[in-house]
Design a protein around this ligand. Structure first.
Ligand SMILES: Nc1ncnc2c1ncn2[C@@H]1O[C@H](COP(=O)(O)OP(=O)(O)OP(=O)(O)O)[C@@H](O)[C@H]1O
Ligand SMILES: [Mg+2]
Length: 255
């Protein structure tokens, strides 16, 4: 069986659909999707299963958010260059009467499509022996999950807290070092001062090293300092281009 229907590299691949090449032995396919199709760089990048088919070709918000659509497409096409230049994005929901929290209008879909595009292009560069992949090239982290991993260091028996502290340090390192980081839903309210310090450290490290970060949020940039600190807010502002997302909550089915 050939793999062109599920392989994200198919649009870039001249051998897609050819039984001799397009099979489980294909190295770039294994690199991106893993041996069984559920691993590889996509899994290493921690992309949630629901968003693993999100690509810049199938973004669902062209009609409702034509500007965001155009910017994401453009950024995606030259994503390696953008990431190398440390250019980040701040994708935020604009509240409206029909959607007071600005939810469900495509921010995470856009951010994951860019991560996937980056991994596709890096995989192709590696396959052509133009650039190798050493550490984690891209990583997705939901802020609420990050908070849980951080807090887990302070709960339970000594053994548990120690092993959780190691896990947290490994996660923090990955978030600092990866070439492209997506921080999903950063407008989380009620973050403690100690967690804010951690967020600051990660963002400041990335800022200092000019590493690209994509943020999604339900809070416009000029309000982020009310939730996180002024220092964090000003760094995010300097590191990113802000892109508003408008429209209804597409998670809700209409009556
Ligand atoms: N304009 C749109 N038209 C149709 N479907 C859309 C549109 N925008 C998003 N969707 C779909 O709605 C669902 C939610 O999208 P997504 O998770 O990207 O929203 P979000 O903006 O990140 O929401 P939140 O603010 O709650 O995190 C997905 O299934 C996505 O495919
Ligand atoms: Mg989201």
């Amino acid at each position: 069986m050939t793999l062109e229907k599920t392989c994200l590299l198919a649009p870039y691949c001249s051998k897609a659909g050819e039984a001799r090449f397009c099979n489980a032995l294909c190295f770039p396919h294994t690199r991106l999707h893993g041996e069984n199709g559920d691993g590889g760089l996509i899994a290493v990048a921690n992309i949630p299963t629901k968003y693993r088919t999100s690509t810049i070709e199938n973004l669902p918000f062209e009609k409702e958010n034509p500007k965001a659509y155009a910017i994401i497409q453009k950024y995606g096409r030259t994503v390696v260059e953008k990431v190398d230049s440390g250019i980040g994005l701040y994708l935020f929901g604009v509240p409206s009467e029909e959607n007071p929290k600005g939810c469900g209008n495509g921010k995470t879909t856009a951010a994951t499509a860019i991560i996937i595009e980056y991994l596709r292009q890096r995989t192709m560069l590696e396959a052509k022996k133009q650039r190798s992949i050493d550490e984690t090239p891209a990583f997705f982290m939901k802020m609420a999950k990050f908070q849980n991993v951080f807090n887990s260091q302070f709960r339970g028996s000594k053994d548990t807290t120690e092993s959780n502290a190691d896990k947290y340090q490994a996660l923090k390192r990955k978030m600092m070092k990866c070439d492209l980081l997506v921080l999903d839903d950063i407008g989380l309210r009620g973050t403690t001062e100690s967690l804010q310090n951690e967020i600051y450290e990660i963002i400041d490290e990335r800022d200092t090293n000019e590493k690209a970060t994509i943020f999604t949020s339900n809070v416009p940039l000029d309000h982020i300092s009310e939730i996180l600190t002024e220092q964090i807010a000003s760094r995010i502002e300097g590191m990113t281009h802000a892109i508003p997302f408008i429209g209804r909550d597409n998670r809700k089915k209409s009556l």
